[in-house]
Design a protein around this ligand. Structure first.
Ligand code: NAP
Length: 271
């Protein structure tokens, strides 16, 4: 497997070429809108990263930073306008949302064709983190058919869509969660070929607790801020064939996947 940062760099170069020819030759350009209804420190940093990529790739974008006390109806009105606006290729609503807003209603309101985060159950897009991981594995010609995948975490944005995506690749998929016993976790992890960890607990997976398969691949989704540093859910150097680093691992893949979904929206629906 190649280093994730090199992989993302090369993939972005490909995208850059496509965008620059599109900007020269097409009547209609790509445009993404990011809706933010919080002033959350982590969200600010994720959005900063996304905007950096969009600037680098020459993609037209707009950040709609809304007041935290906006009413649910006012937000729905904005989503409705974005759904109808033909100059907008796709958009995302950054989570978390303030308590007066029903997240599920928001997810169902986004036009599936513009739903770049794959929130709407009818969206054709795989949400960004699983999409980034899957694309990375496929581009590295990682053979998935018939192998054992273990995912720790069952969130709607990572664990569940990741499981579905890997099932679609004909892997044997097991999801572990907070009710899984330590003994079972050890059993499943030691039989796994591919391990995806999305728990949100610093160094939850420790080297001296498991005998991983030597050729296992571990993808560490976790981002934990500890004493001003970002660390993953896994201790570094678990002694497997490939382990994604934190930082400069899944975060980069997730950012890339948003761009890939935007290109897909443009190609498939021509907005
Ligand atoms: P989440 O919604 O908080 O879900 C965490 C999952 O971990 C839950 O399913 C929970 O199980 C499970 N869990 C908690 N304690 C556990 C334990 N002791 N054993 C087994 N499972 C346990 O988290 P998320 O949104 O999926 O995010 C997970 C991590 O990934 C966070 O650190 C987040 O910041 C990071 N993240 C990174 C990116 C990126 O781009 N790199 C993207 C998304 C998320 P229950 O369901 O039983 O409670």
């Amino acid at each position: 497997m190649v280093e994730i940062s090199d992989y993302v760099h090369n993939k972005k170069e490909e995208v850059k070429g496509f965008i620059s020819s599109l900007n020269k030759n097409s009547k209609k350009n790509l445009k993404i809108v990011i809706v933010q209804v919080n002033d959350d420190e982590a969200s600010n940093s994720y959005i900063k990263g996304k905007i950096k990529d969009l600037c680098e790739l020459g993609i037209s974008h707009q950040l709609l930073k809304l007041k935290k006390d906006i009413s649910e109806n006012a937000l729905f009105e904005i989503i409705d306008q974005l759904n109808k606006d033909e100059s907008v290729t796709g958009f995302i609503v950054q989570l978390p949302l303030p308590p007066q807003i029903d997240e599920n209603k928001v997810k169902r309101m986004i036009d599936p064709k513009k739903d770049l985060d794959g929130f709407n159950p009818l969206s054709p897009f795989l949400s960004a983190t699983p999409k980034g991981i899957l694309t990375f594995l496929k581009d590295n010609r990682y053979v998935m058919v018939g192998k054992n995948a273990v995912i720790i975490g069952r969130s709607d944005i990572v664990g569940k869509p990741m499981a579905k995506a890997l099932l679609n690749e004909n892997m044997n998929v097991t999801i572990l969660h907070s009710y899984t016993t330590k003994e079972d976790r050890k059993f499943y992890l030691e039989h796994a070929d591919l391990i995806i960890v999305a728990v949100g607990k610093p160094y939850f997976i420790k080297k001296d607790e498991y005998k991983f398969k030597k050729d296992a691949v571990i993808i560490d989704v976790g981002i934990n801020r500890v004493n001003g540093h970002l660390i993953g859910d896994c201790e570094p150097d678990l002694g497997v064939y490939f382990q994604s680093p934190v930082p400069r691992g899944v975060g980069l893949l997730t950012r890339l996947a948003l761009i890939l979904n935007l290109l897909e929206a443009y190609k498939n629906y021509g907005f």
